[in-house]
Design a protein around this ligand. Structure first.
Ligand code: 5AD
Ligand code: SF4
Length: 436
């Protein structure tokens, strides 16, 4: 979502004459777009700001100016605290107000050195109504935000506080953006939302629709060859979504469905609102609708009170489900203001370390086995960029596996059939199948 938001900020600033630079030295404006989900991400902000400060000073010494802005969820959560800790920051704004960037920048120019601009509102207007149509940030595939915020309040998570309440964009607005992306050569669209399958946008008649309905509407848009969505919550797997997986060929056979823990006791303490067996039943049903679907998940180890037995339940869940696609696992990180931060029985750091290593070893094993099984198959690959080696292209298969081949750069943004020669830990090696 932050990658998407940053690209939208660039879109908004383009009419003002700003273009994206690859280095910070001579920038007129630096926006640090932040994440607040874990403590480490938050700490990164202050080290980044320390790195950028000398660039601002040296521009000022030349009689020029640089606006330094902090965006995203740390800005939302910390607000004025940021300018207290780092007074050289000019603008602080949250994820829901970046459509007001031109105004904030104008105010910062007028106020430089005198006062900072702060905008961490949850405005009544939707930022999407004030933004230019999205530009595709990579050739071939693009993100598209359809839902934001969260009403689930998992006890470890800051998202409901920083991103605010759940909102969904109307079906028509999403379809319009999708058509615009396709007109720029986009073939694959990944729908984004903190809780994307809780989507409940309105259709043309004002009736609330589900994510499944939205996917069926997008499947009608000519030129969209691949659809994906992320991130989902197990509580919001509606029937229409299963049907979408069965009936929409463009919907790729892959689902990121975070479970966080395999222990019912911990799931309850996390307020995830489902049990391990309910999750198993979801996956089983999905596999009957779309047998080739592959799964990935997010996991948290060391949530307060997690015993050895609870952790074993997580490992058992991983063995039962089999997560061949790239999963994400984290050590529980105390987030101030969340119920988890006040819980007793915090787990010692070294226990979290050990559990994380064991979990990641198991996930790596499953991923390697899946990648090795792919050897000998032929799959359509959407090429996205050049690789590290001369003449190498990198793309994505239907299950989101990273595939590299020898090929011509002009294939970037195109889908070609690739025969997989070998499966490695994080990628597949293949050759383009030429049709004679
Ligand atoms: N500690 C560790 N991981 C967390 N996540 C969210 N909050 C925390 C936290 N306090 C993880 C969850 C979520 C992913 C986006 O980040 O696994 O699914
Ligand atoms: Fe955070 Fe996801 Fe839980 Fe919402 S559903 S509180 S975003 S982990």
């Amino acid at each position: 979502m932050n990658v998407y938001d940053s690209a939208r900020m660039a879109d908004i600033l383009k009419p003002l004459g700003y273009t994206v630079q690859n280095t910070p030295e001579n920038a007129d404006l630096i926006i640090v777009n932040t994440c607040h989900i874990r403590e480490k991400a938050e700490q990164k902000l202050y080290s980044d700001l320390g790195r950028y400060k000398p660039f601002k000073m040296s521009k000022q010494a030349k009689g020029e100016d640089m606006i330094l802005a902090v965006a995203g969820c740390v800005a939302q959560a910390e607000g004025e605290e940021i300018t207290k800790k780092a007074p050289f920051v000019d603008v602080v704004f949250g994820p829901q107000t970046y459509h007001r960037l031109p105004e904030m920048i104008a105010r910062a120019h007028r106020a430089t050195g005198k006062r900072n601009v702060l905008d961490v509102d949850f405005p009544v207007e939707s930022k999407f109504d004030y933004m230019p149509k999205p530009t595709a940030d990579s050739k071939g595939s693009a993100f598209l935000s359809v839902q934001e915020g969260c009403d689930k309040f998992c006890t470890f998570c800051v998202v409901p506080y920083t991103r605010g309440a759940e909102t969904s964009r109307p079906i028509q607005a999403v379809v319009e953006d999708a058509k615009h992306l396709v007109s720029q050569g986009v073939k694959e669209i990944t729908l984004l939302g903190q809780n994307v399958n809780a989507y409940h946008g309105e259709d043309g008649s004002g009736k609330e629709r589900t994510l499944g309905d939205l996917l069926f509407a997008l499947a009608e848009v000519e030129g969209i060859e691949r659809l994906r969505y992320t991130t989902s919550h197990p509580r919001d797997m509606h029937d229409r979504l299963y049907e979408a997986h069965r009936d929409i060929p463009q919907l790729m056979p892959y689902l990121h469905l975070p479970i966080q823990s395999g222990s019912d006791r911990i799931l309850k303490a996390m307020n995830r609102q489902h049990t391990g067996d309910q999750y198993r039943a979801i996956i089983e049903k999905l596999r009957t609708y779309r047998p080739d679907i592959s799964m990935s998940s997010d996991f948290i180890v060391g949530f307060p009170g997690e015993s050895d037995k609870d952790f074993e339940d997580t490992l058992q869940m991983v063995r039962d489900i089999n997560y061949p696609s790239c999963s994400y696992s984290f050590k529980y990180s105390i987030r101030p203001g969340t119920p988890g931060a006040l819980m007793e029985n915090q787990v010692p750091e070294e226990v979290k370390d050990e559990r994380l290593q064991r979990l990641q070893a198991l996930l790596r094993e499953q991923q390697l086995a899946f990648n090795q099984q792919s050897a000998g198959t032929i799959m359509p690959v959407l090429f996205e960029k050049v690789g590290k080696h001369e003449g190498q292209l990198i793309g994505k298969g239907p299950n989101l596996q990273s595939v590299y081949v020898e090929g011509n750069e002009r294939l970037i943004g195109h889908i070609e059939n690739v025969e997989i020669i070998a499966g490695h830990q994080n990628s597949l090696e293949g050759r383009i199948v030429t049709i004679s």
